[in-house]
Write a protein that binds this ligand. Structure first.
Ligand code: NAD
Ligand code: MG
Length: 385
């Protein structure tokens, strides 16, 4: 395999840091070419001094001077601001984008990378939730590979290798159930951010941790899967599998089910996407069959974790509804993280926003941006200051 030049969008996040670990473990295969961060200048500087990329971008313009000064005398170009993210995404100096920005903010740079023909490792599921039809169409037109990094979608991708001519009957997305598995609304009503951030199986950024606690994450993943694998909503099933050992499954037309398994470690799907179609040897801990293990499968509790039902309804409705839902969810999650609204109020905020914003059945990219903006303003207006 030729050395790949990697652009990590969101290098200071959970996905970004683990991508750098994979690069460190395989310097002959990968080199960090571009690193971007939103506001964590200290970590971006530390990463830049260690990996000496060609380019760094700090999203927050106010931090440009600090980053520039710290990297003075190094062969590293420093840019700042949202537009710089897009400009850099269009450059020819890299081969593979790790799309590790969180939320709607990841859409533009990821789309730019696809438009300029780069292979994308997609962690930023919101890109497909918001504008999956447009993103997949452009990827197809450009002949670009989008390789999923989300562990469930990586599992499905791995199950589909060699099955090009075999139609999928359905996919089974596994869900850990998050930290509040088995709990009821009378418990959830009092839940606070620190508890909700404690995921039993995965260590992740704050937003996806809250999404996992509300099961919105699984809803976002259903929509992500719909676009990635060209499925009808009726072909996507969610099963609660608390151990997070089976990362997801594909059922074919003969009833045979393929699963991809392993210990929960995001470095696996990250390195799979980066090295695809090759598998790289590593020393990550292995699943142990020498002791008794039970793997369980259960139905999700859609009455308690209403966000998942809201996401299923949004997926079925289509148009701009998933985009509106995503925007309202981002506002709700950040409000919850700031202790401004309660755990169960997040769903109310999302539902009221979906009811308010005008439905568009076949949105253009501009429509998606407008719907996102309108939904954010409306959702924010519902939160009492
Ligand atoms: P994180 O919060 O740890 O990191 C987010 C990164 O995005 C940071 O580098 C931050 O600087 C950058 N960022 C944030 N806001 C930005 C903005 N407005 N403009 C530009 N950059 C911005 O998040 P994470 O957990 O690494 O998740 C990243 C994405 O990957 C999310 O979409 C998440 O759903 C997805 N994902 C994460 C995991 C995981 O294990 N962490 C697993 C599956 C999927
Ligand atoms: Mg996932």
């Amino acid at each position: 395999m030729q050395q790949k030049r990697i652009a990590i969008f969101g290098s200071t996040g959970s996905i970004g840091k683990q991508t750098l670990e994979v690069i460190s473990a395989h310097p002959e295969l990968f080199v960090a070419e571009i690193l971007t961060a939103h506001s964590n200048d200290a970590l971006l500087i530390e990463q830049a001094l260690l990996f000496v990329p060609n380019i760094v971008v700090i999203g927050d313009i106010a931090k440009y001077a600090v980053v520039k000064k710290a990297l003075e005398g190094k062969p590293i170009k420093v840019f700042a601001g949202e537009e710089a993210l897009e400009q850099v995404a269009a450059m020819d100096c890299y081969d593979f984008m790790m799309a590790g920005i969180v939320g709607f903010a990841g859409l533009k740079p990821t789309l730019t990378a696809i438009e300029s023909g780069k292979t994308v490792g997609l962690a930023n599921k919101e890109t497909l939730v918001v504008a999956g039809d447009i993103v997949m169409r452009i990827a197809q037109e450009k002949g670009v590979h989008i390789i999923p990094v989300d562990s469930e979608h990586s599992a499905i991708y791995q199950c589909l290798v060699g099955e090009q001519n075999n139609p999928i009957e359905k996919i089974i997305l596994t869900a850990s159930g998050g930290p509040f598995l088995g709990k009821k609304p009378n418990f959830l009503v009092n839940v606070k951010r620190d508890h909700a951030l404690q995921h039993p199986n995965w260590s992740m950024g704050a937003k996806i941790s809250i999404d996992s606690a509300t099961l919105m994450n699984k809803g976002l993943e259903m929509i992500e899967a719909k676009w990635l694998f060209g499925l009808e909503p009726s072909q996507i099933k969610v099963v609660v599998h608390a151990q997070s050992i089976i990362h997801s499954m594909v059922q074919f037309e003969d009833g045979s089910i393929k699963a991809q398994m392993g210990l929960p470690d995001m470095k696996l799907p990250i390195q799979y996407a980066m090295a695809y179609p090759q598998r790289l040897a590593n020393k990550f801990p292995r699943y142990n069959f020498d002791k008794p293990n039970l793997l369980s499968f259960d139905e999700p509790d859609l009455k308690t974790f209403r966000n998942l039902q809201v996401a299923i309804d949004a997926m079925n409705k289509g148009g701009n509804t998933p985009c509106v839902m995503n925007a309202a969810n981002e506002i709700a999650v950040y409000a919850f993280l700031k202790n401004r609204i309660g755990f169960l109020e997040m769903t109310d905020l999302i539902e009221r926003t979906i009811d308010k914003i005008a439905f568009i059945s076949q949105p253009s990219l501009d429509d998606y941006f407008e719907s996102d903006g309108e939904a954010r303003s409306f959702a924010a207006s519902l939160i009492q200051l």
